[in-house]
Design a protein around this ligand. Structure first.
Ligand code: ATP
Ligand code: MG
Length: 326
């Protein structure tokens, strides 16, 4: 049987190179090998305050990005999380399987809660359980994500194993697919932090929809390390990050990248990187503009029906196993 993929991104802001290189790129690459479900996780988005009108718009924008980067709706299912009520229903059941102590250990929660201080929602704490429900509903084999989601994937596996043990074999235990390169693209303004949609500093992120001026400006302002040599070196995180982006965007091997920049300076690195990024993003941006509302509705309607068929069967089974339904 064809193995299945599930993954998603939040419509919390604008998609950036980290999202693309860490996740979306692999969704595209894997979609012909696996039966793929790519979700727009708007219920996750409201774990932090969002502007309601903007959230609805961003949800559709993100679907356009999925299509424009190459997710093919003929082979992959694209849908909106809130369209399938089973995601929230399974979350409740899994809430009763998850332990407070394991959620308290989640580093994303701790990081995001630190930034929120006063108004930390219960939803933010519960974020990983909703994510587990997303994945487990579809009997997922593989979850292509960035490195920051590694811990949440472990939790998903633990919840599946615990549920299966307590109620009988129900869920497939999924594996994470975290790429060797691109799994953790760092902020251009602070190479100790990952590039993030929810980052307050707009200069840290290169967005997929940025125009040439913005791309040039952001790379120009990017923080660098001391020294002058341009080569892959994890002890120099800023240059390492820029080189990793260049390597993935151009498709050149690390050796070719180092040869290309041998004897050159940081200004050249930033200039060439900006140029390569502009050229890479231009056709993606063009495709985003070409997708009509009508076409988008069609794809999302189809995705909803396809996802619902699977999710409803899984939830029915879960309700029976737990004694909620006979
Ligand atoms: P937020 O700050 O709102 O959490 P985000 O930038 O982390 O936004 P998500 O929608 O949470 O984006 O994540 C979508 C996918 O992108 C996930 O698979 C995540 O692991 C991946 N991802 C996010 N940031 C990076 C990054 N800097 N490098 C590589 N992958 C990333
Ligand atoms: Mg995130």
């Amino acid at each position: 049987m064809t193995k299945r993929i599930f993954s998603g991104a939040q419509p919390t802001g604008n998609v950036h190179l980290g999202n693309y290189l860490g996740a979306l790129r692999n969704w595209v690459a894997l979609q012909h090998e696996y039966e793929s479900f790519y979700c727009i996780v708007n219920l996750h988005a409201i774990t932090l305050p969002q502007n309601p009108a903007l959230l609805a718009e961003k949800t559709r924008d993100l679907a356009r990005i999925y299509l424009a980067v190459g997710i093919d709706p003929e082979v992959s299912t694209i849908f909106i999380q809130s369209d399938i009520k089973e995601h929230t229903e399974l979350t409740w059941v899994l809430n009763c399987v998850a332990r407070m102590s394991e959620l308290e250990r989640m580093t994303q929660y701790k990081d995001k809660a630190r930034k929120q201080q006063e108004n930390i929602s219960v939803g933010l704490f519960d974020y990983p359980v909703l994510m587990a429900a997303d994945i487990l509903l579809y009997h997922t084999d593989l979850v292509p994500v960035g490195d920051d989601q590694r811990q949440h994937l472990e939790l998903t596996r633990d919840l599946a194993i615990r549920f299966n043990r307590d109620y009988g074999e129900t869920f497939k235990v999924p594996d994470a697919y975290i790429p060797k390169a691109g799994a953790r693209i760092m902020s251009l303004s602070d190479p100790t932090k990952k590039m993030s949609k929810s980052d307050d500093d707009p200069n840290g992120c290169v967005l997929l929809m940025d125009d040439a001026d913005a791309i040039q400006r952001k790379f120009k302002r990017a923080v660098t390390d001391s020294g002058t040599e341009i080569r892959f070196d994890e002890s120099r995180p800023a240059i390492n990050n820029l080189l990793e982006i260049y390597h993935l965007i151009t498709g050149q091997t690390p050796q070719q990248v180092e040869d290309h920049f041998a004897g050159k300076g940081y200004a050249q690195l930033k200039g060439d990187l900006a140029q390569a990024t502009v050229e890479f993003l231009q056709p993606i941006q063009q495709r985003v503009r070409e997708i009509t509302d009508e076409r988008l509705d069609q794809i999302l309607d189809y995705g909803r029906e396809k996802a619902r068929q699977i999710a409803s069967v899984t939830l029915e089974q879960v309700f029976q196993r737990t004694g909620i339904k006979r």
